[in-house]
Design a protein around this ligand. Structure first.
Ligand code: F3S
Length: 271
């Protein structure tokens, strides 16, 4: 079996940076917590927990502890609250997410209603809404627009087609639209290289957490081209129907470490 791995697959710079900052925080000899899993990959979260970086759903009053803000960022009110509880904060907000947050702040200042195109439940989108305050809302098809001036910011990990659809809808109804395309470059590279190899193979394997939005999105896009399986670990390949597949493509979401990709490739090559 021939295996083709996408040129851009696995950890992005924002995820690598967040993990490095959390590991560096450990060296200060304090307890280190992340608010929610640092990335959407249980194997990595388990590894970090063994080292002493613990994911907690909400912060508690504690001394001598460091809270790491994930690459998704955090709404400003929650961040201020954490500080008032006396935690030291290491802010690992990805620079691309920070840029989107700054656009939201500026749009709000300029009097725009801020529409975020993305998943309402995603932590990054919740954070962006936090920066917009009363002026913010998450895009829904045919939503009522509260004002004539609409500012649009995208969740960094959505596909361009989702942004295009939302803009097509909004432009019909708003008088003025100011758009920031905040989809990050690393998301774009991963999508285009996944689509590229999907054309060359019989079947695609997309590796990453089932709770990872960008991995799920990659799998959805590849599925439109070739039969596609979304797996978390190599052990799940036993359930994949590889019959008749001579060439298999492999890609992975931004929260998938290199060692899991290698584990999958090795197993495929052994078939
Ligand atoms: Fe940042 Fe893009 Fe990764 S926004 S966390 S580099 S997917």
């Amino acid at each position: 079996m021939k295996v083709i791995v996408a040129n851009y697959a696995g950890f992005c710079s924002g995820v690598k940076r967040a993990i490095k900052l959390a590991e560096d925080a450990l060296k200060k000899g304090k307890r280190v917590y992340t608010l929610g899993p640092i990335i959407h990959n249980q194997a990595v979260v388990d590894e970090l927990e063994k080292k002493g970086i613990k994911s907690i759903p909400t912060f508690k009053k504690a001394e001598n502890a460091i809270i790491v803000i994930r690459s998704h960022g955090l709404e400003p009110n929650a961040l201020n609250e954490i500080k008032t509880y006396g935690y030291a904060v290491v802010d690992a907000t990805c620079p691309y997410v920070r840029r989107a947050q700054n656009y939201v702040k500026n749009l709000k200042k300029e009097g725009y209603s801020v529409v975020i195109v993305g998943e309402a439940k995603h932590p990054e989108v919740k954070g962006l809404i936090g920066f917009a305050g009363d002026a913010g809302m998450v895009y829904e098809p045919s939503m009522l627009l509260p004002s004539k001036k609409i500012g649009v910011v995208a969740q960094t990990t959505i596909g361009i087609s989702d942004l295009r659809v939302a803009l097509g809808d909004l432009i019909e109804r708003a008088e003025e639209i100011k758009v920031y395309n905040t989809i990050c470059a690393e998301t774009k590279f991963r999508i285009s290289s996944a689509l590229d190899i999907s054309q060359q193979v019989d079947l695609m394997i997309v590796v990453g957490g089932k709770n990872s939005a960008n991995t799920t999105h990659l799998a959805e896009l590849c599925r439109k081209i070739k039969p596609t399986y979304h797996i978390e670990r190599a052990s799940e390949l036993d359930k994949v129907c590889l019959k008749d597949a001579r060439v298999v493509g492999v890609t992975a979401g931004t929260s998938t470490p290199q060692w899991i990709i290698e584990e999958v490739v090795k197993k495929l090559e052994g078939y």
